[in-house]
Design a protein around this ligand. Structure first.
Ligand code: NOJ
Ligand code: CA
Length: 501
């Protein structure tokens, strides 16, 4: 393993209920993940991030936590988690959990026993809006005769991060898992923890605000995105760095304004280690847009910081559908982009197969979100038969599956695996700088370090890109080994890594 693994590493997001089922109850579980570590090692990923595994009434499928230091019985036991961490460690794979510090489940004992840990008001104090089911972010609790804040569903009360006891509780939770060998955390809604102390109204949005900040027509500068949140991550980074090896903090910093997003890295070594780059998630798979996001990211980040690129997740959907409308050649281009930019990359389970969104008929929808996010959360197709017995979400299309793609060296699975392997064999690809190269309209090209160039044609016309060397890896596998003299010709939906010399 290259140290520290996360800097140019490949993360792999596992949605535990949908990855692999060890006991045939139709729900993926921790033992299922352990049983598939051989696959993940073969694929070559550095780390696995598990969506929340804690006891939860599952109003928001684990993002409503009822106990931060236990495992949901559907998914297994603490012992299963320990075995997963140990077995992954033997295979050189780090395990990250998902921390949900903004809110708990309304069924967390704290809500009744320690109400002071939450945000309360006697009357609805402001215009803040709930993300799920719409309406005010304040709900009356008849028992307490006061209103509690919930930025998400009313079953997800927000914690009060001005209360030092909340901070102390979360430091205990971090230590609990770090002491068990967990390598780090993905931090849910990392930009939202601290709320305006005076609970002031959010302000009216303008057309210049990024679409996420201006959700519901308001610019969320008081209900979230508060500068005081940075102090929390300063403290956590000190804690994470006090472990050996240092533990890693990956933020779900859902901020599309790139300079504001970059601030969550602090000086580059004193806040989050990584933050998902949602500006790229929200860009189209289009050269001009993506090039712009990457240039802005490189300009905004402190010199020692590493971006974290992703194209799919359990909220936004699958890149093969979102970006590529199911087209496999385009999905390879997207994977090529994610895995050859400077920084860490995060694949969502199934991305490596060019898996498209699942079909979930209305009567099977279980998500609280609107539109429902279930199509991004359907079971992993392990074989043409699926590999599942009556799964919790339907698995209809198994045409792209692990067994078939693993047996076919020309598959997207092999393409992804070879790309990940190339990051290890070419230090420039894993750790070198990023510099944009000139490219015709529709195409995008960049150099990594001194000796590696990448070019991709995301447009609809053939192009020629001025790079030289030898094709080390290409979306059209037949081109590998080709010598490039004057320029690299690329058909639409084609891309390649070219090494000099
Ligand atoms: C972001 C998570 O990824 C999403 O699934 C969840 O619904 C919200 N945060 C609330 O926790
Ligand atoms: Ca199971």
């Amino acid at each position: 393993m290259i140290e520290p693994w996360w800097q140019g590493g490949v993360l792999y997001q596992v949605y535990p209920r949908s990855f692999a089922d060890s006991n045939g109850d139709g729900i993926g579980d921790l033992e299922g993940v352990t049983s598939r570590l051989e696959y993940l090692e073969w694929l070559g990923v550095d780390a696995v991030w598990l969506n929340p595994i804690y006891p939860s009434p599952n109003v928001d499928w684990g993002y409503d936590v009822a106990d931060y230091t236990a495992v949901h019985p559907d998914l297994g036991t603490l012992g299963d988690l320990d075995r997963l961490v140990a077995e992954a460690g033997r295979r050189g794979i780090a395990v990250l959990l998902d921390l949900v510090p903004n809110h708990t489940s309304i069924e967390h004992p704290w809500f009744r026993e320690r109400p002071d840990l939450y945000v309360w008001a006697d009357e609805v104090p402001n215009n803040w809006r709930a993300a799920f089911r719409g309406g005010s972010a304040w709900t009356l609790d008849p028992e307490r005769e006061g209103y509690y804040l919930h930025n998400f569903a009313r079953e997800q009360p927000d914690l009060d991060w001005w209360n030092p006891e909340v901070r102390a509780e979360f430091e205990r939770i971090l230590r609990f898992w770090f002491d068990r060998g967990v390598a780090g955390f993905r931090i849910d809604v990392a930009h939202a923890l601290v709320k305006d102390r005076e609970l002031r109204d959010d302000v009216a949005a303008t057309d210049e605000d990024d679409p996420h900040t201006r959700a519901h027509g308001i610019r969320r500068i008081h209900s979230m995105n508060r500068p005081e949140t940075h102090e929390v991550f300063h403290a956590w980074r000190r804690l994470a760095d006090s472990y050996e090896p240092p533990r890693v903090l990956v933020g779900e910093v859902y901020v599309l304004d790139v300079p504001a997003w970059a601030r969550y890295y602090g000086s580059g070594s004193d806040e989050l280690n990584l933050a998902f780059n949602f500006a790229l998630v929200h860009a189209d798979l289009e050269a001009a847009q993506m090039r712009h996001v990457v240039a802005a990211t490189e300009a905004a980040l402190p010199a020692s910081a590493w971006p974290c690129w992703t194209g799919s997740n359990h909220d936004a959907g699958r890149l093969t559908t979102r970006w590529c409308d199911g087209d496999e050649a385009l999905a390879r281009c997207a994977l090529l982009v994610l895995l050859t930019l400077r920084g860490a990359a995060c694949l969502y389970y199934g991305d490596e197969l060019a898996l498209a969104a699942g079909h979930v008929p209305p009567e099977r929808v279980v998500d609280v979100g609107d539109p429902p996010r279930d199509p991004a959360r359907t079971p992993m197709p392990w074989s043409r038969e699926g590999g599942w017995d009556d799964p919790w979400l339907p698995l209809e299309d198994t045409s792209r599956n692990v067994e078939d793609e693993r047996a076919d060296p020309g598959s997207t699975l092999h393409f992804t695996r070879d790309l990940i392997a190339l990051r290890r064999t070419l230090p420039d690809l894993r750790g070198g700088s990023y510099a944009e190269l000139p490219a015709p309209e529709g195409a995008w090209a960049w150099r990594r370090g001194e000796g590696v160039s990448v070019a991709v044609n995301l447009g609809s016309r053939p192009v020629e890109v001025a790079v030289e060397g030898r094709v080390a890896l290409a979306t059209d596998r037949g081109r590998e080994g080709e010598r490039v003299g004057g320029g690299l010709e690329l058909a639409p939906a084609e891309g390649a890594v070219v090494t000099s010399g």
